[in-house]
Design a protein around this ligand. Structure first.
Ligand SMILES: Nc1ncnc2c1ncn2[C@@H]1O[C@H](COP(=O)(O)OP(=O)(O)OP(=O)(O)O)[C@@H](O)[C@H]1O
Length: 464
């Protein structure tokens, strides 16, 4: 059997409301060489955890103000980046099972035997070290493995961007990603998350431009049952969901002014108030914000708060337009094609056409064009030629011209629905590309309402 390392010391958060136990427990643990923080109730525990994250949490589930073990249980997900050991009374089997389901590592029964405490804490600290090593290895393999982090491209500006992403990911600063639409700002945010110590935690996304101020507030900070018509139950917001991880604020430049104030308060104090709530809540999230707009100009004009801008801007990364890295077009196109038709190839003329084409929708538009062409390829062919690309890009709408290149219509059961869905998908993609991803404009081009478009996007599983 492997011996537990006795040298594993680190930072422990002891959460217990009994002063005598706080004193004895913390001095015992300090004598073992650990650094110990103490919290006596739920709020203190959350605050202590956010301010100085420990490796191990020793948690008594029954604590003030309610003394209800449910409150203790609800704390556990907030401690997901640490190893949690629950301190429980005898006979709490049900509670122990539920705590285990939430990811608790071990249990100690009160009154606590010092030898047992030493043993369990040493094991927990050892596990925390292993978790940390695993996170570091994951981050390193992302950084040095294929090195791509989902960001395909070999031009100098992409190599530079990837190097910056790696360096910034390892820090805990908030990041603003600037760049035209469809250039991979969300991919950068995901790579920052994957390369960070938070990679084991959640990655949540919110599109600040798609929602009214009221909905945005409720989506971000959650709401309580009955706080507005239709609020049938308590709903946690994305800030809470992303606790321990990263929250990506897409199109932050569109955020309505009242929400900018609320977001600023969260950034300054780490606390927020759910809609209809009376008590402030805390959450520990790294923010990555993106926009295709000129945020600095918006600050100068006064449409984006300067104080919020500086809170978000720990670091600024810029994603280049496709026009700035045209040499990457063949590589990107080959990758996207391989994703939908592993056997297919682009003809040399098709590659030249792609390289010479203008892509106002950037990589998103290139991807949609190549993937549509790949999906339309004949079963017995492996070539994507210029005609197919022109049709897929919407440049050529005359069917006879390319009908020979399209697979025959299937007569299998359900074929009509599938064909209609495919046609809708194609037309919506094209309209979104031509509208530079502006939903109102795309809806206008398609002759439907914006709400109708959003519903279709959701039904067809397309990005909103
Ligand atoms: N460097 C890249 N490598 C591979 N795929 C990319 C790259 N950049 C963008 N893409 C692809 O392009 C599409 C758009 O990317 P993404 O959503 O990250 O762009 P964005 O800049 O956030 O767009 P928007 O401003 O419209 O929100 C996605 O399908 C993504 O996979």
């Amino acid at each position: 059997m492997n011996k537990v390392q006795t040298s594993a010391v680190g930072h422990i958060l002891l959460v217990d409301d009994e002063p005598a136990y706080q004193r004895l427990g913390s001095s015992f643990l300090r004598n073992l060489g650990h650094r110990v923080s103490v919290a006596g109730d739920v709020d203190e525990a959350l605050q202590a955890f956010v301010q100085d994250p420990p490796q191990v949490v020793l948690l008594d589930l029954a604590m003030p103000p309610s003394m209800d073990p449910e409150a203790g249980l609800s704390l556990i997900p907030h401690f997901s980046s640490a190893v949690v050991v629950v301190l429980s009374g005898h006979g709490d089997r049900d509670l122990a099972l539920r705590a285990a389901e939430q990811g608790v590592w071990d249990f100690l029964t009160k009154p606590i035997d010092p030898d047992m405490l030493r043993f369990v804490v040493t094991r927990a600290m050892h596990k925390a070290r292993l978790d940390e090593e695993l996170r570091e290895l994951r981050a390193a393999s992302l950084a040095h493995g294929n090195g791509e982090m989902g960001l395909v491209g070999q031009t100098a500006c992409m190599l530079q961007l990837r190097a910056m992403v790696q360096r910034v990911a390892a820090t805990s600063v908030n990041v603003i990603v600037l760049g035209p639409t469809g250039t991979g700002k969300e991919l950068v945010a995901r790579a920052l998350h994957q390369g960070s110590r938070r990679s084991g935690g959640p990655f949540a996304v919110i599109h600040c431009g798609a929602l009214s101020a009221e909905l945005l507030e409720s989506e971000l900070f959650g709401h309580l049952k009955g706080s507005f018509t239709g609020a049938y139950r308590d709903q946690p917001g994305l800030v809470e969901t992303a606790h321990g991880g990263t929250l990506f604020l897409d199109e932050v430049g569109e955020m309505p002014a009242p929400m900018q104030v609320k977001l600023l308060r969260f950034l300054q104090e780490g606390s927020f108030m759910p809609v209809g709530g009376r008590e402030l809540k805390k959450a520990d999230v790294r923010l990555v914000a993106a926009t295709h707009r000129d945020l600095e100009a918006m600050v100068r004009e006064g449409s984006f708060r300067e104080d919020l801008y500086y809170r978000l801007k720990g670091m600024v990364l810029r994603t280049p337009s496709l026009a700035e890295r045209q040499d990457d077009v063949p590589l990107l196109a080959a990758r996207f094609l391989r994703g939908v038709a592993s056997h297919a190839r682009l003809t040399p003329e098709a590659l030249s056409w792609l390289a010479a084409h203008e892509w106002p929708g950037n990589v998103r538009q290139l991807r949609a064009t190549v993937e549509s062409a790949g999906a339309l390829i004949m079963p017995d062919s492996e070539l994507v030629d210029v005609d197919l690309l022109k049709f897929a890009s919407g440049e050529s709408m005359s069917l006879p011209e390319i009908s020979a290149a399209i697979a025959p219509v299937s007569m299998e059961a359900g074929a009509l629905d599938a064909a209609i869905a495919e046609l809708e998908t194609r037309m919506i993609r094209d309209a979104m590309e031509q509208a530079g991803s502006n939903q109102s404009e795309a809806a206008r081009r398609l002759g439907i309402s914006r709400v109708g478009l959003i519903k279709k996007l959701a039904r067809l599983g397309l990005k909103t």
